[in-house]
Each structure stands twice: as structure tokens, then as C-alpha cells.
Design a protein around this ligand. Structure first.
Ligand code: NAP
Length: 252
């Protein structure tokens, strides 16, 4: 069995300035892949990820786009194709997590959640798929959440967006399989990133008690599975949702 090898592959990782996306971008680069480090507003953070990859001899560039806006996402995919002549891997990771009880949830809050987490994934995929079909190793990895599997009280719009990612993954896998494009999904539980930092700090003990492995995950523990899914080691795997949550969906 070989190690994960992404030499010669061009990858776009959305939301790669921080957290899970950053770890995935670094993981792809360590495996030899070229990486587009996408971000929305944290330009310096994205530049640091690019610098880290380049310092290790890798190929990366950063590009800003609001994933809610079609023209910006098209520009992002075009930038990858201009640089590399094609695209082999997309990792749909950019996302937001905000709380709201259903009676207080405004239409704007609902629209923002669905637009960033679900429409953003659709737009990236929509523009990238023609290039993935032209690749001999086209593959998509979506980053969902345990919330999409078992729901999340007080975050129903987030859970709905993530549940949508699971159904999207299961739908696109057979649709794109005839073109050799694999589509898989990672469903993380709690992970130590900016997104979860305040809650993990305030309620860490209670949260850890509900996780069979007794702790929240590290971004690199999600990245390891995403990089595996993007590689030829997962060449017979498509339409799968892999839980990386310390056992919490099945047991917690
Ligand atoms: P994070 O640290 O908050 O990073 C979010 C990333 O998404 C950043 O790169 C951010 O860009 C980007 N982003 C946010 N809104 C955007 C928009 N409108 N357009 C373009 N990019 C946007 O989050 P994370 O914890 O790494 O989460 C990554 C993914 O994992 C998300 O889909 C999240 O739902 C999922 N997840 C996380 C956890 C967890 O506990 N952390 C658990 C389950 C699932 P800027 O840096 O430029 O703002």
C-alpha cells in the first residue's frame, strides 16, 4: 500500500485560510498536489498558508471569493484553470455556523446560511465539474457535519444546509461516476477551529463527555480523511459519507 500521492494534481480548497480548510490545503500540498487557497476576507491568513506551502517547495496561490456570488466563484475556478490548465480536485469546505431558534430565525439568517453552505457548494461544483470531467482523476470532497446527520437544536438552518450536502453527495456520485468523477463527503463532529472555539471554551467539559473518544477533533484529523478521499487510494469509493467525530453520531 502506497502513501497518499497527489503529485501532478491541481486542487481547489474553499475556506482554506483557516481551520479545517487550511489543514486540507497543507495536506494536499504535502502529498504533492498544487493548491488554490480560497478565502473570503482573511487575506493575510490565506497568504500565510500559501507561504507555508511554497516554503516546503509546493505550488499554491490564494484567491478571494464570496461563495454566495456566482460571478466570484466562476472567477475562482477560472483562476485555477488559467494557472494549471485544468482542475482535478475540489474540496467544498467553506462554511458558517450560527445559532438561532426557529421563531427568531429571520429570513435573512436562513438565506445567508443556505447561500454560504449549500449554494456556495453548488456554485463551486457547477463551475468546476466540466474541468473535473476532463481530468483523469476528477474528484469532489464535501465537508458536511454531524449536524446534517442527526440535526442540531438551535441551529436548524445549519443542520438543514449540512443535510443538503449529504443528499447532494449521494446524488452527484452516480451522476458523475460515468465520467470517472468520484464524489464523497466527510462529516466532522466538534473540531478545534475558530468556528467552534468560543463554545468549546465555554462548554468543553460537557461536549467532551458526549463524545466517546472524550475530546473534540483537530483540523488535521479531518484533513487526513479528506486527502485520502481525494487520492487514488479511494479510487473505488464514491457517494460515501465518512464520520470523523470521535464516535459521537453512532454512540453519543
Ligand atoms: P472556520 O475556521 O470558521 O473557517 C471558515 C472558512 O470559510 C474560512 O476560510 C472563511 O474565509 C470561509 N468562509 C466563510 N464564509 C464564506 C463565504 N461567504 N465565502 C467564502 N468563504 C467563506 O471554519 P471550520 O471550523 O474550519 O469549518 C470548515 C467546514 O467544516 C465548514 O463547512 C463547517 O461547517 C464544517 N464543520 C466544522 C466543525 C467544527 O467544529 N469546527 C464541525 C463540523 C463541520 P475567511 O477566513 O476569509 O473568513
Amino acid at each position: 500500500m502506497t502513501q497518499i500521492d497527489l503529485e501532478g494534481r491541481a486542487a481547489l480548497v474553499t475556506g482554506a485560510s483557516r481551520g479545517i480548510g487550511r489543514s486540507i490545503a497543507l495536506g494536499i500540498a504535502q502529498a504533492g498536489g498544487a493548491v488554490a487557497v480560497h478565502y473570503q476576507s482573511k487575506e493575510e491568513a490565506a497568504a500565510r498558508v500559501v507561504a507555508e506551502i511554497e516554503a516546503a517547495g509546493g505550488d499554491a496561490f490564494s484567491h478571494a471569493a464570496n461563495v454566495q456570488i456566482s460571478s466570484e466563484v466562476k472567477g475562482l475556478v477560472d483562476a485555477c484553470v488559467t494557472r494549471w490548465g485544468g482542475l482535478d480536485i475540489i474540496i467544498c469546505n467553506a462554511g458558517i455556523w450560527k445559532g438561532s431558534m426557529v421563531e427568531e430565525m429571520t429570513e435573512n439568517q436562513w438565506d445567508e446560511m443556505i447561500d454560504v453552505n449549500l449554494k456556495g457548494m453548488y456554485l463551486v461544483t457547477h463551475y468546476a465539474v466540466p474541468h473535473l470531467k476532463s481530468s483523469t482523476a476528477g474528484t469532489i470532497v464535501n465537508i458536511a457535519s454531524t449536524a446534517g446527520q442527526r440535526g442540531e437544536a438551535g441551529h436548524a438552518h445549519y443542520a438543514a444546509s449540512k443535510g443538503g450536502m449529504l443528499a447532494w453527495t449521494k446524488s452527484l456520485a452516480p451522476e458523475l461516476a460515468p465520467f470517472g468523477v468520484r464524489v464523497n463527503c466527510v462529516a466532522p463532529g466538534w473540531v478545534h477551529t475558530d468556528m467552534a472555539a468560543a463554545v468549546l471554551k465555554a462548554d468543553g467539559k460537557t461536549i467532551n463527555a458526549g463524545i466517546p473518544l472524550g475530546r473534540a477533533g483537530k483540523p488535521e484529523e479531518i484533513a487526513a480523511v479528506a486527502c485520502f478521499m481525494a487520492s487514488d487510494l479511494a479510487s473505488y469509493m464514491t457517494g460515501e459519507i465518512v464520520n470523523v467525530n470521535g464516535g459521537s453520531v453512532l454512540c453519543g
